[in-house]
Write a protein that binds this ligand. Sequence first.
Ligand code: BES
Ligand code: ZN
Ligand code: ZN
Length: 491
Amino acid sequence: MLSFTSGLSQDSEALAVFVTEKYVYNDRNSILSNNITQRINSFIKTLRTKNEEEISCIDISDRQKCFVIKVKNKYVSYYPQEKGGAFFSYLQKFKNIKKVDLYADSLNQDKEKLIKFFSEFISGFNLKSYTFNKYKTLNKKEVNSKINLKIITSYKKKIESNYKYHEAIKEGVFFTRDLVSEPPNILSPKTYVNEIKKLSKLGLKVKVYNEKELKKLGMNALLGVGQGSANETYLATIEWNGKKNTEKKPLAFVGKGVCFDTGGISLKPARFMEEMKYDMAGSAVVVGLLKSFALRKAKVNAVGVVGLVENMPGSNAQRPGDIVKSYSGKTIEVLNTDAEGRLVLADALSFTEKKFKPKFIIDLATLTGAIIVTLGQEYAGLFSNNDELSNKIIKASDNVNEKVWRLPLHKNYDKLMDSNIADVQNINYAGGAGSITAAQFLQRFILNKTPWAHLDIAGMAFSKKAASLNPGGATGFGVRLLSNLVKQYYE
Ligand code: BES
Ligand code: ZN
Ligand code: ZN
C-alpha cells in the first residue's frame, strides 16, 4: 500500500526533491516555503558547478533534510526501479531517517511519464528494502524498523493503479526470497507443500502428489532423488486460470525444488554445503510467479509445476550406478547422485507436457556449478529448442535487467548423454560443457516438441553481495523477468 500526503509533513525527517539533468524542478503543488526554496536553489547552484552525484543532501531546517535526486531525461526501462533501489541504499547512511516525503510532482516530466516513473521508483525502493529477520530474536525493534515513504502528488489515483502491478510482483519476489531464505530444517518438502497450499486462498488451484501417488504415476526419477531422505517427496501443481473460456493452453513454469542438496552418496564437500538450501530456488520462482499472477489477476492461463525433494545420503539412498525408469518411460543410469536436479526436472517436464499440453514450458533450476564458471553472477544460462520463445525471454530480460545469455544445444552434446546400458545417463564425465549437457539431458524429456526453455539460475538465485534491487541473500531472480515476459507477450 502506498501512502500519500498533501504537503511537507510536520513529523517527517526528510523531503526528497527530483531534479532533471539540468537541475530543474517544479513546485507544482506550492508546498515549499520561500525559505526552503531558497536553500534548495542555492544548494542546486553548487551542485551544478560541481556536477554532483546522483543523490545529494542538505539540511533544510534543524530537524529536516532534503535529498536532491537527479533523474536522467532519457533512460532504459529499468532505470526508475534501480533509482528507487539506489535511494533506499543512500538512506542507509542516515540511521535516524525513517519518515521521508517524496515530492513526486517536483519532477519536471509530463504526466504519464511521471506516473510511470514513480510507480517503478517506489517498487525499486521496496524491492531493495527486503529483509529476512524472522529468526533474529535480539534488538527486534531495530531489526524491524522500516522507512516510511509518503508521496506528494496530484496524481494519486493514477500512481496507485499503476503501482498495483508492481506491488503484486513485489509480493511474488518477496515470497520467493522468503522460501529460499528459510533454513533447510524448517523448509522440508512437506512444510513447503503446506506453504503452497495456502495459495489456494488467492484463487490458485493447488494439487499435491505424495510419494504413493508419484509411485503410481511412475515418477521414479524424482522419487529416486528423495529415497535416502526421511522427508517425503512431493510434486505440486499450481494453476491460475485468468483467461476464462478463450485460449485453453496454459503457459507452464517448472521448477527444481531440492530443499537441500547434500549430493547424496556422491557427497558434496563440506565447505559451502550450507548454500545448498537454495537448491529449491527454481521452484520458489515458479511459486512466487504464480502468486503474483493471482494477486494481479493476470489475464492468462498458467500452471506451475514443482518437484520438492531432499537429496540425502542414507542406507536407502540411491547409488551411483542405479538405473531408474522415468515417468516418460525412458531409463536413466544415475552415474552421479549429485546431478539430481535434472532427475527431478525430467519427470516434472514430461508430466507437465503430457498433462497440461502447454503453449510453452519454461523451467528454472539451480542446475549446475558449471554455469557459475561460465557466466558468474551476472547472467543466467538460457537454453531453448525454440528461437521465438528464446528471443522473447531475452527481450523481457533486457526490460527488467535480469540478464540471460543463450547457450547452444547440439546433437553432438546430446550424444554425450547416451548410456551404455540405459537410454540416457545423468552425467557425462569426459566431454566438458557441464551446463549444456545438463540441458541436453532435460531436452530428452520434452517428448512432443513443445517450445521449451531452460534457465540455469545457479549463479543468480543467491548472492552474498547486495545488488541494485536486493540487499544480498536470496534474490528472487526470475520473477520479474517472467512477469515481464507474460505481460508483454501473453496477456
Ligand atoms: N545444486 C547443484 C548445482 C549448484 C552448484 C547450484 C552450485 C548452486 C551452486 C547440482 O545439483 C549439482 O550438484 N550439480 C553438479 C553436477 C555434476 C555432478 C555433473 C555440479 O554442478 O557439480
Ligand atoms: Zn546436486
Ligand atoms: Zn542440486
